[in-house]
Design a protein around this ligand. Structure first.
Ligand SMILES: [Zn+2]
Length: 247
């Protein structure tokens, strides 16, 4: 797909038109293996490369000495590379957990976004990501709730795709979890009770990795309230609500 093309396609039910095949540049990485226990992809993990450019990232993701890879890499200009077939296990997630399950590499498809972490994600890059995600979700019957960031499954250890990533844009297209329309919290709990509720809500959503509350709060805020700072407040629980009626 050439630059900008994705943005010109029509939409189906809010999602980008996924019929047009994406023109990925094939760049096989030796850093792959079979998915364990016959697992199929049931999640997507988004990353940023934290490198200066796509070519440097591609070289690292295909370097046997680096022992890392991903299925896809999307450049700032919208170029798309594929390094590992979706049926195979790419090495992008590492240690971590989501919904009580480890070995995320065997369960997921990994997408790297060319970004240092310090600047916005470009329009051509987001447009290609939307089409790619829509195709992957359809191909493997993956729910939007199972599209997560590296920081969601490895709190404290990883912080990508970072505070500048536009999760709301993906959610609006049904390509990531939509936050319920809860406008405010009526919670008047003590600090200890609030912390207890926060940890429980986060765990129910998938944040099951064993970390302390401060680390968990940082991970949840990265995804849902990147502007927030300071101690836990009732507003931190709002995006964790699983229905409009919760709080
Ligand atoms: Zn990552």
């Amino acid at each position: 797909m050439s630059q900008g093309q994705a943005g010109q396609q029509g939409t189906k039910g809010g999602r980008p038109d996924t019929d047009a095949p994406l023109d990925a540049i094939w760049s096989p990485s030796p850093n792959q293996s079979a998915r364990r226990d016959g697992l199929r992809p049931s999640m997507v993990v988004l990353h940023y490369t934290a490198m200066q450019g796509a070519e440097a990232a591609l070289a690292r993701l295909c370097d046997p000495a680096a022992e890392v890879s991903a299925h896809y890499l999307i450049g700032r200009d919208g170029r798309l590379w594929q390094m590992v077939p979706e049926s195979q296990r790419a090495w992008h997630a590492g240690a971590g957990e989501w919904r009580g399950q480890g070995d995320i590499n065997s369960r997921s498809i990994g997408i790297e976004l060319d970004n240092t972490g310090g600047h916005p994600f470009s329009e051509p890059q987001m447009a290609v990501l939307e089409v790619l995600l829509a195709q992957i979700l359809r191909r493997w019957s993956i729910l939007p709730e199972a599209v997560i960031g590296h920081s969601d499954m490895a709190p404290g250890r990883k912080c990508d795709p970072g505070p500048r990533f536009d999760w709301a844009r993906l959610a609006g297209l049904g390509l990531a979890r939509a936050v319920p329309a809860v406008s405010g919290s009526s919670l008047q709990e003590s600090d200890a009770e609030l912390e207890d509720l926060f940890c429980r809500y986060a765990r129910d959503l998938g944040y099951t990795a064993a970390v302390d509350t401060a680390t968990l709060l940082a991970a949840v805020r990265l995804r849902y309230r990147p502007w927030a700072a300071g101690p836990l407040v009732a507003e931190d629980l709002i995006p964790l609500a699983q229905s409009d009626l919760w709080l």
